[in-house]
Design a protein around this ligand. Structure first.
Ligand code: KG4
Ligand code: ZN
Length: 359
């Protein structure tokens, strides 16, 4: 076993909460030795969304090859690991169970501590990982910080005074922003996964072509709402429906749009979606004026407009902005292992009763 006091731990992380089977080996909280992600996009594409039964079966087939590959790429033997970490909540229960059972088995077989990590909070650790692109790891952030998680399942705002003490201060009351992107992509018929394709299309469009709504909710609220934006896009593209629910018939179809019109809708949607985020962040900064750092993670943090608008906002408000490096925006296990290192330092471990939680 390692001497905790004298050197940083080498931790193997496992992530399986949704449709990526991932394993990584990380030294300390930041130094990524390997980061293997087996995506299942091909399996879910024709359903335009993740099918839970297909996802858990694919995790089961892939998890051990992915673990082996992460160890191989890191050049680390299983016996050299100091701990096993796993994202155990929230997520699809069948998918989470595969990762949690694998992590428990490894921890038991290797006689190493087990650390269960909250997947959403791990997204806030992703901006602090060393992507290997620079010559040295990023400096530790100054606290207090605001944290923004923007993904397919979550749109949440947090406040923290240290890496393990995040307090939830705002969340979506309906769709997550990534879900809204994916639905907007379906409306505009740009394919799956929708977010990146819609982002690319938006870069060619006029973002003022259509005035789509930005939900502010209550004056004091730090919550988000994206379902109205999605519906507004649908009605603007296809016209007011005749009939309700499954019977609804639209006068127009997105199939009739030419490339310019499609790009204009994408850009207008993107302006509204990103503005909804930046407005709430400004409200968050008013409420927490001592904020020094802004940490941003989750799949949608790869979005080009969100990254540039947040860069401008941070410069204006003298904030240290930490955006996730692109390889760590989407679900990955390096963020799980890195966050677990803070708990390892405290000797704060889980036992083999650790379970998967959907929420
Ligand atoms: O974090 P993630 O892998 O999954 C969850 O934990 O939910 O995020 C996936 C989401 C999808 O909705 C995807 O469409 C979106 O992130 N996404 C993007 C971009 N890249 C990925 N959305 C907008 N712009 C992008 N460039
Ligand atoms: Zn995620």
């Amino acid at each position: 076993m390692s001497d905790q006091a004298s050197r940083e731990p080498t931790i193997l992380g496992i992530e399986s909460s949704c449709d990526e089977t991932a394993c990584a080996v990380v030294v300390g909280a930041t130094r990524v030795l390997s980061n293997v992600v087996a995506t299942q996009h091909d399996l879910h594409e024709r359903y335009a969304g993740v099918v839970p039964e297909i996802a858990s079966r694919a995790h089961l087939e892939r998890i051990m090859p992915v673990v082996r590959e992460a160890l191989d790429r890191a050049g680390v033997a299983a016996s050299e690991l100091d701990a096993i970490a796993v994202g155990h909540r929230p997520g699809l229960i069948g998918s989470l169970l595969v990762g949690v059972s694998s992590a428990k088995t490894l921890a038991w077989a290797l006689d190493r501590p087990l650390i269960g990590v909250n997947h959403i909070l791990a997204h806030l650790h992703a901006p602090l990982l060393d992507d290997g692109a620079g010559s040295r790891a990023p400096d530790p952030p100054a606290w207090p910080a605001l944290g923004l998680v923007v993904s397919g399942g979550h749109t949440s705002l947090y406040h923290a005074t240290d890496p393990l003490a995040w307090e939830s201060i705002g969340r979506t009351i309906d769709d997550a922003i990534g879900e809204a992107y994916d639905k907007a992509a379906t409306i505009l018929r740009v394919g799956y996964p929708g977010g990146p394709r819609l982002d690319a299309l938006a870069q060619r469009g006029d973002d003022r072509a259509h005035d789509l709504p930005v939900a502010g909710l209550d004056r004091e609220s730090l919550d988000f709402s994206f379902s109205g934006l999605k519906t507004a896009l649908l009605y603007t593209v296809c016209g007011q429906p005749r009939g309700r629910g499954a019977e609804a018939r639209f006068p127009r179809s997105a199939d009739d749009l030419d490339d310019t019109a499609r790009a204009d809708f994408a850009a207008s949607f993107q302006r509204a979606a990103v503005t909804a985020i930046t407005r709430k962040l400004l409200r968050g900064l008013e409420r927490y004026p001592d904020t020094r750092t802004l940490l941003v993670g989750g799949g949608v943090s790869a979005n080009s407009r969100l990254r540039s608008d947040l860069t401008a906002l941070a410069a204006k408000h003298d904030l240290d902005l930490r955006l996730s490096p692109l390889p760590y925006c989407l679900d990955n296990a390096a963020m799980i292992a890195g966050l677990a290192a803070h708990r390892y330092e405290l000797g704060d471990f889980d036992d083999l009763t650790l379970t998967a939680h959907p929420s």
